[in-house]
Design a protein around this ligand. Structure first.
Ligand SMILES: Cc1cc2nc3c(=O)[nH]c(=O)nc-3n(C[C@H](O)[C@H](O)[C@H](O)COP(=O)(O)OP(=O)(O)OC[C@H]3O[C@@H](n4cnc5c(N)ncnc54)[C@H](O)[C@@H]3O)c2cc1C
Length: 378
């Protein structure tokens, strides 16, 4: 088993916090990964799967268990199920951005707008990563999962992963356990083959971010380059020289609230409708059926509101820090909590709670953290 000397998780996470685990395993092959997981599960010891550590907020105390670092790599072409598409199976530990770059070079669409998201391919479905209107759910075909209960790898279609806004059945949300305790061994995508020349840019959000008119055509390489530029300007591209990137990306999720609650917020707060919940099927027991089919039930659409706007309008400017704290909001993006150098998890948690408290007292809603919290309470 590829055990290595345990290192503090502060060295392996982008928020740069976390004590050392009891054991650290670096799994470089699929078999090593399966063996490490099976051993940890058989021993009934606490375990944590670690990819790039870019969506984790880990406590300062030592982690009393085994951390399994997924370092498997490789992209494999497999037969596509539709003409005009390429099907790629990617090892869980493969760098997400290297995968995106490879797709762009091969002229495969569907992921270029997600250029620059840190971390691994295997962690990407866990919170259905997305940027500029593109989400992994749009191109994900299936994942190969090892379930904690079954211990046998199975192919699971994307439709069974409960992929939603920064969520899936695999994600451990704050205060909860995942619906399905399992680890992704590989991820299979089906991507449209569009070539390397100019193509129409789908999605209004992406066109707006890139400053393009409807009908404009640019190559995937240009989309990638421009997205990387925008992300760098917001501190959303990992850069050792830029402490604004010592973060877990967006620390708080945009809040999804009812339409009636959204009406209580200032008009200036950016908001987007969440698809209305249309009752897909009405079942009327035969004994009660009187020959009339009722109109489909519709509910008022929920609304997603900008967490960054709420934070800034609760009086917390970019760069805000509590007195004597080494944690601060990013100087480029109010939604990112950053470690300005050797900040402890306790300092970052104090800032997170302060932000939550200010937004709650100003606007009456509690922002929920996006990263997975390990041993941290907010
Ligand atoms: C600067 C910055 C910008 C970011 N921008 C974005 C963005 O635009 N959009 C976005 O969606 N996210 C963004 N993120 C968040 C993060 O990059 C993504 O969530 C990413 O997918 C996490 O990958 P990781 O390998 O680092 O996961 P980790 O942080 O290592 O793990 C995250 C969670 O997934 C679990 N996990 C890891 N690997 C596996 C696996 N193989 N099987 C099952 N579970 C696994 C871990 O146990 C943990 O619970 C950003 C983060 C940073 C630091």
């Amino acid at each position: 088993m590829p055990h290595v000397s345990p290192r503090p998780l502060a060295e392996l996470t982008t928020l740069r916090t976390g004590g050392a685990p009891t054991a650290l395993i670096e799994a470089r092959t699929r078999d090593e990964l399966i063996d490490a997981l099976t051993d940890a599960w058989d021993a009934y010891e606490p375990w944590l799967v670690l990819g790039g550590g870019s969506n984790l907020f880990v406590a300062d105390e030592p982690f009393d268990g085994t951390v399994i670092r997924v370092l498997t790599e490789g992209i494999e072409h497999v037969p596509a199920t539709r003409p005009g598409f390429a099907r790629l199976r990617v090892a869980a530990g493969h760098s997400w951005d290297d995968f995106v770059e490879a797709c762009v070079q091969e002229g495969l669409a569907g992921v270029a707008a997600m250029s620059g998201i840190p971390g691994t391919v295997g962690a990407a479905p866990v919170q259905n990563v997305g940027a500029y209107g593109q989400e992994i759910v749009q191109t994900l075909a299936e994942v190969e999962l090892l379930d904690e209960r079954a211990h046998t790898p199975v192919a699971v279609p994307a439709s069974e992963l409960g992929l939603g806004f920064r969520t899936s059945v695999l994600k451990q949300h704050y205060g909860s356990v995942p619906v399905r305790s399992a680890v992704i061994l590989s991820v299979t995508f089906e991507l449209p083959i569009v070539g390397t020349g100019p193509v129409p840019v789908h999605g209004e959000q992406l066109r707006r971010a890139l400053g393009l008119d409807e009908g404009a055509e640019v190559s995937l390489a240009e989309i990638r380059e421009r997205v990387l530029g925008i992300r760098a300007g917001k501190g959303m591209l990992l850069d050792d020289a830029d402490p604004d990137t010592y973060s877990a990306g967006s620390f708080f999720q945009n809040a999804i609230v009812s339409a009636s609650f959204a009406r209580t917020l200032p008009d200036a707060c950016p908001r987007w409708p969440v698809h209305p919940d249309i009752d897909p099927m009405t079942v009327i027991p035969l004994a009660r059926f009187d020959g009339r089919v009722p109109p489909p039930r519709t509910t008022e659409s929920d609304v997603k509101v900008s967490a960054a706007w709420l934070i800034e309008h609760a009086g917390l400017r970019k760069g805000f820090a509590l007195p004597r704290s080494r944690a601060s909001l990013s100087t480029k993006h109010a939604l990112a909590l950053t470690n300005r150098g050797r900040a402890t998890a306790a300092e970052l948690a104090e800032l997170a709670r302060f932000v939550q408290g200010r937004v709650q007292s100003e606007f009456g809603l509690i922002l929920q953290p996006e990263p997975v919290l390990v041993g941290v309470e907010l």
